[in-house]
Design a protein around this ligand. Structure first.
Ligand code: VGL
Ligand code: ZN
Length: 198
């Protein structure tokens, strides 16, 4: 049974000083690097939005970051502009090991946000990661990275639904925590059958 480490969105914009900084983000780099050698495969995800993305508050008149709106695919938190393709903010944290096997970019469709490493937020458009993992015979996943309550949460729930044996390392993750989203994420991951490890 092969096991992959999925490192979610360890990018400058989600670390201290970035556009959508998650407190405690940078401190995760060293322990995540150290964990990589323990896995058959290491996969990194990279939030990768075009300028003017529909998840940005700046794309909606009279809206502010952290407002909640309804999009055709469901509720959407509006974010500050972040992880714009090719920008420094979209780059991986400079200390992060990037010698993993695969980088999955997501969020490049201007009309749909994409938190999960597996599907866009319509829960239907695949990123291709499931096919990659299955074709390599990988059945067990450990998830680390940012942010616990959005991209890690959505990835863990999708992975569990797709039948993977999923562990989320909350000690190697950190939350944005908007409107109780951290507690809600812990519950949704557990309900989906992911092991939430501290
Ligand atoms: C993320 C908000 C917007 C994440 C990405 O990586 O959790 N959160 N885009
Ligand atoms: Zn994003």
């Amino acid at each position: 049974m092969s096991e992959a480490l999925i490192v979610i969105d360890m990018q400058n914009d989600f670390c201290e000083g970035g556009a959508l900084a998650v407190e405690g983000g940078s401190a995760l780099v060293a322990p995540i690097n150290a964990l990589m050698d323990d896995f058959t495969a290491v996969i990194l995800t990279q939030d990768w939005h075009p300028a003017g993305h529909s998840s940005f508050a700046s794309s909606h008149p009279d809206r502010a970051p952290m407002d909640l709106i309804t999009m055709p695919y469901g509720p959407q938190v509006l974010w500050p502009d972040h992880c714009i393709q090719g920008s420094d903010g979209a780059a991986f944290h400079p200390g992060l090991r990037t010698d993993g096997d695969l980088i999955i970019r997501k969020g490049y469709n201007p009309a749909i946000d994409s938190y999960s490493a597996f599907f866009e937020n319509d829960h239907a458009t695949p990123t291709g990661l499931d096919g990659y993992l299955k074709s390599r015979g990988i059945t067990r996943l450990t998830l680390v990275g940012l942010a616990l309550d959005f991209c890690v949460n959505y990835s863990a729930v999708d992975a569990a639904r797709l039948g993977y044996d999923v562990t989320v390392r909350t000690d190697l993750s950190a939350a944005i925590d908007v409107n109780g989203s951290r507690d809600a994420a812990l519950k949704s991951m557990a309900d989906a059958g992911a092991k939430v490890a501290v």
